[in-house]
Ligand binder design. Sequence first.
Ligand code: SF4
Length: 260
Amino acid sequence: MSALSWSQASALTPLASTYACPARWKYSHIDRLPEPPQAWLLKGSYWDALVTAYLRGEAPDPEAVWLDVSAEWPELAATFPSAAEMALRCATPAAQIAERFGGRIALSQQRLEGTVPGLAEGTILVGYPDWVTTDGQICDLKVSASKRWDREGAPQEAWLHGVGLQLAIYALLLDQAGNLPGWPASGLVISVYDGPTKAPQVCDFPVSITEDLAQEACAAVLAAAAIRQEGRYVARPGGHCGWCAFVDHCREDLAWGYKR
Ligand code: SF4
């Protein structure tokens, strides 16, 4: 039985993410070329761990959570402020996010699995929603080093649409498990802007997860499954080459503008 996750789908097909590049996925997951860990991975993992601990009512020590998470990437962690400074930056906003949902969490960081119509037999789709409230709201925490909303508080539409597709997959999987109150499902994207200098800022965006959105997400999953099955790992250069660890492996004519 092979598993396909939404993060795989969004790495493989532009239907799921504007940053998708099948060649990058191949370099990382098939060729297993070493990929230096990126700052956003550590920062996002810290926020996830901290908010999840508050949501579970565990009264976490934010410094200890940082030390725990960052132990996995010691070299990268050395480029960040100290554990005490990280805790000072992130603890209050993380606790405030969690407070909003106090006592209303039905699922947190739990694996869901199911399928989508048309997916080859023997392949399952898996998903890990950040959390789902007792009234069925599907929530996702997105941490970014760039701000996802403008001065008026309006979100970047392409970005929010991509996250909406991800939430639609979770809604489908919850539906298959008999845990979705109905369509359209309710989604909430909590966006944390944690740039290098200023204090983190938080904004959230409700998403109506319609059946049309779910169908679009299914199409993206099927497209990703076909790329994987046929081994069509074609490079797709774009702005994302600028932060791709494999830029030096790409042919000159593909990622020419991004060679470092
Ligand atoms: S450099 Fe660009 S085209 Fe090449 S693998 Fe990376 S993202 Fe894809």
